[in-house]
Design a binder for this molecule. Sequence first.
Ligand SMILES: [Fe+2]
Ligand SMILES: [Fe+2]
Length: 302
Amino acid sequence: MPDRRATKHSTHPLPRRRVAFEYPDNWNPAWIPAKPEFAYAANSVSLMMPYAEPHFIRAVRHYLPELEPDLRQRTKDYIRQESQHHAEHKRLNELIAQAYPKVSKVERRMDRVFDWLWRRWSRPFNLAYAAGGEIISFGIARWTEKHLGDLFDGAEPVATTLFAWHLAEECEHRSAAFDVYEAVDGSRLRYAWAMLVGLLTLGSFTWLGTFTMLKQDGRFWRPVTWFRMFRWSLSLAFDLLPTMLVSALPGHHPSGFTEPIFLSTWLKQFDPKTGTMPMWQGPALSLPGGHPGGPPPAADPR
Ligand SMILES: [Fe+2]
Ligand SMILES: [Fe+2]
């Protein structure tokens, strides 16, 4: 039997980018004025992060002592990235909950479901859930990048930058939990099953959170709401399901997926000395020297 702990893993660096997003006082939770339904869906994903990401962290951390030093260090880097993600989302979630108090009921359900997953399902299953969850995040990032102009036209820049940063780092560390899973278990059947459970939990909570906000805003019964929601869901499913399927095939490694070039190029503009990154300005991303209106706005998310 080969020693799974010695399995080859991705060595792509996972740097820690210290960011701190500050939102304007009058921040509007329907932060994409032309498509508030999509803002609510993104808000719902944000609400899930302080439950889903600590769950992923717990799943990989459990196996840290079993990993060979290189993979252990890389897994610690992954944990650092994820910790910062959910800490930043928590700040956004406070603003969402102030405007939509009923989302706290959805948050309590999220808490219960992730707690149940950890208590009632095996450690290898939870690790496979994290590995599959990362591939789902990667698939969502890739789909989002393809529809940037359509989805984020006129969007509020700080929230958009938060999501762009998070999605770009999701692409960067897409292999991290998978490598831990490969090293300690590696069953593709368990991985596929756990990923399916991940898709169901992620999808259900996204719809539930979105419904809650749509209801409060009186948009729930509008035909255009349902038209958009189904169009986006269908488009995402066509993109995401093949990615998930391919990732479960024997021998496939997530590093084999093409990197979304726009997000990864944008992430490279992060300045570690000043902790700044180009702020999103509508459908165009501000890249130093390449901004269509001249030099990019010197945005500082701190
Ligand atoms: Fe994350
Ligand atoms: Fe992640």
